[in-house]
Design a protein around this ligand. Structure first.
Ligand SMILES: [Zn+2]
Length: 222
């Protein structure tokens, strides 16, 4: 290498090096994201929520089983996760106090988003499948709810669905973008069976986590 090309090379290296240090980071690294997600596992303790029509399974137990796997999936991607409950117990001894405590956790300062996990029930037992909800008028909540339902329907092989607007405590109270996930219908025979299947639970949980990540770290537009 002659002196001129050596000089050129060192200039090039210098230019690349300074460009690298000066360039703003436009896409966050997927494993080092400074995100805090609040996960709310509906019901618990004295409040079992909906009951499986065929097996009597409690909604609160399924919310916990699936929710803890969502937590694991998010933590494995480097996110910080706060949960409203980590076991079968309620947050307090009365419904009112439980909701107050839940509301405080859902309002945790610095939360990037909140997601509440529930199971559905309906008088028409033919109605089935996962659904997501957001607070009417909350655009970021709508986007979060849509990211989650897109991943979930795809993962469990259901037709795509739109997220639904609905006025619920768990989407109304948080200041961060919030969604409510109804994983399936405990009034529907097939859903009730699926929701108790460990493989199905894992698929659902990973899809919910993937939807949350899609919301927090949207894929760069081409
Ligand atoms: Zn519920």
């Amino acid at each position: 290498m002659n002196r001129i090309s050596a000089l050129f090379l060192s200039l090039l290296l210098f230019a690349c090096g300074s460009a690298e240090t000066a360039a703003p980071v436009s896409t966050p690294a997927p494993t080092a994201a400074p995100f805090l997600v609040v996960l709310d596992f509906g019901h618990g303790g004295f409040d079992g929520g909906a009951v499986g029509a065929e097996t009597g399974v409690k909604e609160s137990d399924l919310n916990l089983a699936i929710g803890l796997q969502v937590k694991d999936a998010l933590e494995s991607r480097g996110l910080t996760v706060l949960v409203t409950r980590a076991d079968e117990a309620a947050l307090a001894s009365t419904k009112k106090a439980d909701m107050r405590a839940r509301g405080e956790l859902l309002q945790t300062p610095g939360a990037s988003c909140t997601v509440s996990i529930h199971m559905n029930k309906f008088s028409d037992r033919s109605v089935s499948g996962p659904m997501t909800f957001y607070q009417p008028g909350a655009e970021e909540g709508r986007r979060l709810a849509q990211c989650v339902i897109d991943r979930v329907t795809e993962a469990v092989g259901k037709k795509p669905r739109l997220a639904n607007p609905a006025n619920n405590f768990v989407t109304r109270v948080p200041s961060a973008p919030s969604a409510l996930v109804e994983c399936g219908f405990l009034s529907n025979r097939a859903d009730e069976q699926d929701l108790q299947d460990e493989t199905y639970q894992k698929t659902l949980a990973e899809a919910i986590a993937a939807g949350i990540l899609d919301f927090l770290m949207p894929p760069a537009s081409p």
